[in-house]
Design a protein around this ligand. Structure first.
Ligand SMILES: [Zn+2]
Length: 445
């Protein structure tokens, strides 16, 4: 009840007279606006934010700014939609340790604030959650104006009995381990009753080391989710699995195909079912081998706020590097990354829709900073800055079914915005010149 009374619209309607009822208006003026639609940028723009939502975004000449607005001069700077990360994980990792004992309100908020600090204004938590996440999501949606990244969640994902990733540290008991359609239906009922934003399934044998859930059972998950009005995203690794699931009506691939290059038959399957390459997660591959030689960016002042000094010291240590380098399997991921990059470029060129996602959150997959590395790797794959920006704004919101509220910097949407000093359209790495971040019109950086 108390939270409701804080909402300005309700105050206006019930308590105050129209004369004293003032909307909260913030105006960002004089920047170049890159709105996420893919249209050319608007130089000398005005963005009017009323009670957290954009009510105008376009040329300054046509803007009507109400009296009493708080005006922010961002001349010479660039306004870009906040990043919607379609593949993250929350709560369980602290430092470099993944354990559900870490899944506290404090740790989860710390992570959501870290994302926000790097311009990631929404994150989809992909199947590794505890009930706490549903409380946080409910609290955020009560106002629509959180002070940290917005949460979307698959809650608990599916795998087979003892399947991937239940042997990863801290992951036992997190996903549903199913072997029959009846078990699938029961779990889907629970997910539907908790109003999850999507359904997640892991389809992987971890390079032949673990049990993979059978494809026919995954198809039961996909169709059962659909019956309940839910879309399914799949962790896949292999071409054959991804193609079979696209043919089974899968909504989104939560990783790139990494064992081989996709081809015309694959693209046709994706298009026929409307399957998205929801997240390419290049930084997931990178994280497997990059620490074998401590990367230079561990000393980059843009990186350092993303982790604790202790975590940074560990990642920089010779012992950590030696441990990563000692596992020859880790080095295979250099090739998997290259294949993934070729595949995203092929899919993009063929007109298959794609979003943006990193798989950050597990140990050494650094929330906030890795989203910027992902942009860099997408550019190296051959995507233009405009394509990359659209992937995390307009496209990501569309895939989530959140286009009414989020995505582009257009009137009607929540003002989830990033202000940069340099132009990300000339070099996507200029996203690292972040100066301000807004979520629901509130400045959070
Ligand atoms: Zn993941």
């Amino acid at each position: 009840m108390r939270r409701r009374l804080l909402r300005p619209a309700l105050l206006c309607a019930t308590l105050w007279t129209a004369a004293v009822c003032q909307a909260q208006v913030t105006v960002l003026e004089n920047a170049t606006l890159i709105d996420g639609t893919g249209r050319p940028p608007v130089a000398n723009s005005t963005v009017v934010i009323t009670n957290g939502r954009i009510t105008y975004a376009g040329p300054k000449a046509q803007a009507k700014v109400p009296g009493g607005a708080a005006r922010v001069n961002v001349a010479g700077k660039f306004i870009v939609p906040g990043v919607i990360n379609l593949h993250g994980h929350l709560g369980a990792t602290k430092g470099l340790v993944q354990d559900n004992k870490n899944y506290t309100r404090e740790n989860t908020f710390h992570q959501l604030k870290t994302y926000a600090n790097y311009g990631v204004t929404s994150v989809v938590s992909m199947g590794s959650d505890q009930p706490l996440i549903l409380d946080i999501r409910r609290e955020q949606r009560a106002t629509g104006r959180p002070k940290e990244a917005r949460v979307f969640t698959a809650f608990r994902g599916f795998t087979g009995p003892g399947g991937y990733p239940t042997k990863a540290p801290g992951m036992k008991g997190v996903p549903y381990e199913v072997s029959t359609p009846a078990q699938v239906e029961k779990a889907l009922d629970e997910l539907a009753s908790r109003h999850v934003d999507l359904v997640k399934v892991w389809v992987d044998d971890h390079l032949g080391k673990e049990q993979k859930i059978p494809i026919p059972l995954v198809k039961v998950i996909i169709s059962g989710a659909k019956k309940r009005g839910l879309n399914t995203a799949a962790h896949i690794f292999y071409y054959d699995d991804a193609k079979a699931l696209a043919e089974g009506g899968l909504y989104g691939l939560a990783h790139s195909v990494r064992d081989k290059e996709v081809d015309a038959a694959f693209i046709a399957s994706m298009k026929k079912s409307g399957t998205w390459q929801a997240a390419a997660t290049f930084t997931r591959e990178l994280s497997m081998f990059v620490y074998a030689q401590p990367p230079q960016w561990l000393d980059d002042p843009f990186f350092t706020p993303s982790v604790s000094p202790e975590t940074r010291a560990t990642l920089k240590s010779a012992a950590y590097a030696k441990n990563v380098a000692a596992n020859p399997e880790n080095m295979l991921y250099k090739g998997f990354l290259k294949t993934a990059q070729k595949n995203l470029k092929k899919l993009a060129d063929a007109g298959v829709p794609y979003g943006f996602g990193t798989d950050t959150g597990p140990p050494a997959r650094i929330q906030g900073f890795f989203e910027h590395l992902e942009m860099q790797l997408m550019a190296e794959a051959g995507l233009t800055p405009q394509q990359i920006i659209t992937s995390w704004s307009k496209s990501a919101a569309q895939w989530l079914g959140a286009s009414k509220d989020l995505g582009t910097a257009e009137a009607g949407h929540w003002a989830d915005l990033v202000v940069t000093a340099k132009n990300p359209l000339t070099d996507i790495n200029n996203m690292r010149t972040i100066e301000q971040v807004y979520i629901g019109g509130n400045r959070v950086r």
